[in-house]
Design a protein around this ligand. Structure first.
Ligand SMILES: Cc1ncc(COP(=O)(O)O)c(C=O)c1O
Length: 377
């Protein structure tokens, strides 16, 4: 009998366990006859802000729009340079370009896959206005050093928290450390809507006010047809907010379950010649959006696992500086040796709150088998 598939993510498990509550919440939101910026949205914003420990949460239509709004609200625009990582999802850089600013890549730290602070420092010019760290895979970027650098040079810091709900650096949740944070509630994320959704978080009243306006076409507060700046239609809808409110009280429990699964992986992969995710320092915690190892002969291992019905994926196989969309920039891959290597070696394994110790063990056994077969050749 073929093995039961182990998916990379298991959105169905979560949906099935919450189905009656999600249906009820969605129906109530529909019946309320309030479609946008109503009570569900307002309450979700208050509840998410409280959980993250941040003053303001501004809900919006996606993580990508949250990034763009956060940058614009922080005053980033044409002529400005924003330093970020090439080892991330497209929205990180497209959001910068959509403000009229220019992104500048720094290489990553090979251990954490997040921005290398020394390389950020090397890339600072008189036009640099912001740093945009991504807390990749749910592991916080080196925020202490980034904030130090930003304060020294008068730069804004926009945190890409799309993969890092409830991850903490020095006891503070990401999204509440820099000038602003941007979260994604894409369905597969640690907190996922039933469609696209996202939010901006900030402790800065002015950034919050501008972000609220920008997601709503730039409207002046309480004035239907007066616009303070050019914004766009980038709001979260009431149905998504209602669904997110069903899931939000479970986020801490789900995050703990992910951390437990990570500990099972660590145990199960002991002695296997792969590099495990970094261990955070005291006071830090990661949220394990995915569980990512570094592996030699990665593509062969991926085929081997898939043949055994084990879901796995590469985040990201192609660095952003090599994307066709950026061919015109003619960036040199040799400037980013750690990103180049990571793209060839990283592999993300099944990770979701409902994963069982037996499933993790099966993944670990398969990886061990792959390398043991290798040793006997
Ligand atoms: C690192 C990162 N940034 C930004 C985004 C964009 O989020 P969304 O898909 O909600 O627009 C994602 C989502 O995949 C992401 O992983």
């Amino acid at each position: 009998m073929p093995d039961e598939p182990i998916p990379l993510f298991n959105l169905q498990a979560q949906y099935q366990s919450l189905k009656p509550r999600i249906h009820q919440a969605a129906l109530e939101a529909l019946d309320s006859n309030q479609w946008l910026l109503g009570p569900q949205t307002q309450q979700f914003e208050a509840e998410f802000a409280e959980l993250i420990g941040v003053k303001h949460c501004i809900s919006c239509s996606s993580g990508a729009s949250a990034l763009q709004i956060a940058l614009l609200a922080a005053g980033i625009g044409p002529g400005d340079e924003v330093i970020t990582t090439p080892f991330t999802f497209m929205a990180t850089t497209s959001s910068i370009s959509l403000t009229g600013a220019r992104f500048v890549f720094a290489d990553i730290d090979p251990r954490t896959y997040n921005l290398d602070v020394q390389d950020i420092e090397r890339k600072i010019t008189k036009n640099t206005k912001a740093i945009l760290p991504v807390h990749l895979y749910g592991y916080p970027a080196n925020m202490e050093a980034i904030m130090h650098l930003a304060n020294e040079h008068g730069l804004k810091v926009i945190e890409d928290c799309a993969q890092a709900h409830l991850a903490q650096a020095d006891g503070v949740c990401v999204g509440g450390i820099g000038t602003a944070g941007a979260f994604s509630f894409y369905p597969s994320k640690n907190l996922g809507a039933c469609g696209d959704a996202g939010c901006v978080t900030t402790n800065d009243d002015d950034v919050a006010a501008k972000a609220r306006s920008l997601r709503h076409c730039g409207r002046a507060p309480d004035k239907a047809y007066e616009y303070l700046w050019e914004g766009s239609t980038l709001r979260m809808d009431e149905v998504q907010a209602a669904i997110l409110r069903v899931k939000l009280p479970l986020l801490e429990e789900w995050t703990d379950a992910r951390r437990k699964a990570a500990a099972w992986y660590e145990e199960g992969l002991a002695g296997v010649p792969v590099t495990l995710p970094p261990t955070p320092p005291a006071g830090w915690s990661q949220s394990f959006y995915v569980y990512t190892i570094r592996a030699e002969r990665r593509d062969e291992l991926m085929d081997f696992l898939r043949k055994r019905s084990i879901g796995c994926a590469v985040y990201y196989p192609m660095p952003l500086y090599m994307q066709p969309a950026y061919a015109h920039l003619q960036l040199d891959p040799q400037d980013f040796p750690h990103t180049q290597k990571a793209c060839q070696e990283v592999l993300s394994l099944p990770m979701f709150p409902e994963i069982t110790p037996q499933q993790v063990q099966r993944v670990c056994d398969a990886i061990r088998e792959f390398y043991e077969a290798d040793a006997t050749v």
